[in-house]
Design a protein around this ligand. Structure first.
Ligand SMILES: C[S@@+](CC[C@H](N)C(=O)[O-])C[C@H]1O[C@@H](n2cnc3c(N)ncnc32)[C@H](O)[C@@H]1O
Length: 284
């Protein structure tokens, strides 16, 4: 018997649609980043947290792993700013691994590699990593505790993990925009895409395999310039039940929104949660 999965972020059959090509993720990230008005840049914040909490942070780390690395945006900043001896990016999507390889090619003194792999079975030896980062990816697991146990297995004694996620109600104003236009009347009632690993449960999940040393929540604010800009982001949101031709088609979605809403800036928020944790007993 096959279960019906209502959350597209957890549906194995939809991962190809979500991450099978780089263009979707790049245009989604670009629309969101152009809208951002407040909130620290995430890759740089991860580096600052690692520097603040890593034992022996005055020396270069050995191995740093960027788990669920996507196109390598965080990997590049980790390589540039931490200058580890080795940086390994791991992602389930072959297309994104290829993109990351071309975007983060060479850093003097740092050996960089990108591997296709599943964070439930990390291609990393036991006790090998001084820093493991998992940003905006654990909510793709139906059982993120398993992925965190894998991170714990791969951490060297005293090694640090920085886990990053979003709040359950992230971008809820965008759901309201879709619902009030009648494009998906249930838009505000779908399960959050971040249901399995969100700001409210990530520290508890981490604590099951690691020692949590710090938790930070930070509200990020966004202002989309108008309906066209909002549609660039919304057209790639897989949780809506839109009429055929609207999903993945920002122009058509924008035209549908224009029929119902005046064209004005749209503001929304997402609280980002950073959990910093170390291997159990790793603190002295
Ligand atoms: C939203 S992207 C985040 C990318 C990057 N960490 C960032 O912050 O920009 C989520 C990534 O998680 C990856 N992913 C999903 N399930 C995975 C799994 N089981 N193992 C490894 N990576 C996975 C996807 O392929 C995608 O690249």
């Amino acid at each position: 018997m096959r279960f019906v999965i209502n959350n597209p972020f957890l549906d194995p059959d939809r991962q190809g649609e979500l991450y099978g090509n780089t263009a979707r993720l790049a245009s989604r990230s670009s629309a969101l980043m152009r809208a951002k008005t407040a909130g620290r840049p995430v890759p740089e914040t991860i580096v600052q947290l690692a520097q603040a909490h890593r034992a022996g942070s005055d020396r270069r780390p050995g191995l740093v792993a960027d788990i669920g690395c996507g196109r390598g945006t965080s990997s590049r900043v980790l390589a540039q700013q931490l200058k580890p001896q080795r940086l390994v990016g791991i992602d389930a999507s072959p297309a994104l691994v290829t993109a990351a390889r071309s975007r983060v090619s060479h850093h003097p003194g740092t050996q960089v590699a990108f591997l296709q792999g599943d964070f439930h079975h990390l291609p990393l030896s036991d006790d090998s990593c001084e820093l493991a980062v998992a940003a905006f990816c654990l909510y793709h697991s139906p059982d993120p505790g398993r992925a965190i146990a894998e991170i714990a297995r791969s951490l060297a004694p005293g090694g640090l993990a920085v886990l990053v996620t979003k709040a359950l109600d992230s971008y809820s104003d965008m759901d309201a925009l879709i619902a009030t236009a009648g494009l998906d009347p249930h838009a505000e009632r779908h399960e959050s895409l971040y249901a399995t690993a969100h700001g409210g449960n990530l520290a508890d999940l981490a604590q099951s395999a690691l020692d949590v040393v710090a938790v930070e929540h930070e509200e990020h604010r966004f202002e989309f310039s108008g309906l066209d800009h909002a549609a660039e982001y919304l057209a790639t949101n897989p949780k809506y039940d839109l009429a055929p031709g609207l999903y993945g088609n920002p122009g058509a979605l924008a035209a549908a929104l224009h029929e119902w809403h005046p064209d004005k800036p749209i503001t929304t928020t997402s609280v980002i949660t950073y959990v910093v944790a170390c291997s159990v007993g790793g603190r002295t």
